[in-house]
Design a binder for this molecule. Structure first.
Ligand code: NAX
Length: 331
């Protein structure tokens, strides 16, 4: 039998945490033969609720779940973890300035970076979910200099999956037959969902989405805005933000990273830019990636037309501004 993998979920008493921990304990993230030990962190006001989640995990009697650490102590939470899913953060409340929210999150991600750097297992892989996800991941990277940058990422897989979902609905095809959409840039409304290289498996072979949906107005307009604004649409409908889809996407992200992407398929991940596609180096930016042997690599050589170029640059500009704002919040 395999040794258990220790998986940290911060903000585990929250909405996404509540959807995510049972998925991890069932093997959705790391596979049906991989035992796990869950580390759950939250803050003292949520301690009782966190303990309730722990009770439910015990009650669910998950065969793969070999232990649960539920704590408000960041060092205890980070000790020995192989995977860290950072869902905890400070939400933007009505009337709050962007700078104030950024200040709170910068301080959270700065201190959690240090705890991970000192106490996590060697080669720990980190996924930041909490918003502003790209910039929180960047702060985490800056303050955990001994964690290799290739081990730090942020979640744009939910946006990627939303794009797959929209194409599948539009064509009334199975979502599993759609692949190779791309989310470029920030996990925000400036993200660019790109279908220029996406395909659909049909009985006549793989067909480009652009050929099957010969409606450029939709692909260049409503499709993009629907994906960009999907989070807001969920809030409007549910009066709560996306949780089950976010948790599922976090599992997809880690699973593909650890176990690899299928041949011929790429996924979107927010990763440290090396300047590929003329995206400024030093930002955490969402790119198309393939994964093998536990490492991601940016897909190279895709053609970028003028329409796309503008959108790649716009979301990069927003990330550069966020980065500057985050640095101005450091003290
Ligand atoms: P909730 O407010 O339900 O849960 C957040 C939890 O984090 C709370 O239990 C809170 O006590 C805890 N927390 C706060 N500060 C903490 C700290 N310093 N250490 C540990 N825990 C801390 O939010 P939820 O709906 O679960 O969303 C969590 C985060 O995911 C938010 O930042 C949200 O904006 C972000 N999202 C990111 C998405 C993505 O695709 N990247 C999509 C979904 C979601 O909107």
């Amino acid at each position: 039998a395999k040794d258990p993998v220790r998986v940290l979920v911060t903000g585990a008493a929250g909405q996404i945490g509540y959807a995510l921990v049972p998925m991890i304990a069932r093997g959705v993230m790391l596979g049906p033969d991989q035992p796990v030990i869950l580390h759950m962190l939250d803050i003292p006001p949520a301690a009782e609720s966190l303990n309730g989640v722990k009770m439910e995990l015990v009650d669910a009697a998950f065969p793969l779940l070999k232990g649960v650490v539920a704590t408000t102590d960041v060092v205890e939470a980070c000790t020995g973890v192989n995977i860290a899913v950072m869902v905890g953060g400070f939400p933007r409340k009505e009337g709050m300035e962007r700078k104030d929210v950024m200040t709170k999150n910068v301080s959270i991600y700065k201190s959690q970076a240090s705890a991970l750097e000192k106490h996590a297992a060697a080669n720990c892989k980190v996924l930041v979910v909490a918003n502003p996800a790209n910039t929180n991941a960047l702060i985490l990277k800056e303050f955990a200099p001994s964690i290799p940058e290739k081990n730090i990422s942020c979640l744009t897989r939910l946006d990627h999956n939303r794009a797959l979902g929209q194409i599948s609905e539009r064509l009334t095809v199975q979502v599993s037959d759609v692949k190779n959409v791309i989310i470029w840039g920030n996990h925000s409304s400036t993200q660019y969902p790109d279908v220029n290289h996406a395909t659909v498996a049909t009985s006549a072979g793989e067909k480009p989405v652009r050929e099957l949906i010969a409606d450029d107005a939709w692909l260049n307009g409503e499709f993009i805005t629907t994906v960009q604004q999907r989070g807001a649409a969920i809030i409007k409908a549910r009066k709560l933000s996306s949780a089950l889809s976010a948790a599922s996407a976090a599992c997809d992200h880690i699973r593909d990273w650890v176990l690899g992407t299928p041949q011929g398929t790429w996924v979107s991940m927010g990763v440290y830019s090396d300047g590929s596609y003329n995206v400024p180096a030093g930002l955490i930016y969402s790119f198309p990636v393939t994964c093998a042997n536990g490492e991601w690599a940016i897909v190279q050589g895709l053609s970028i037309d003028e329409f796309s170029r503008k959108k790649l640059d716009l979301t990069a500009e927003e990330l550069s501004e966020e980065k500057a704002l985050a640095y101005s919040c450091l003290n």
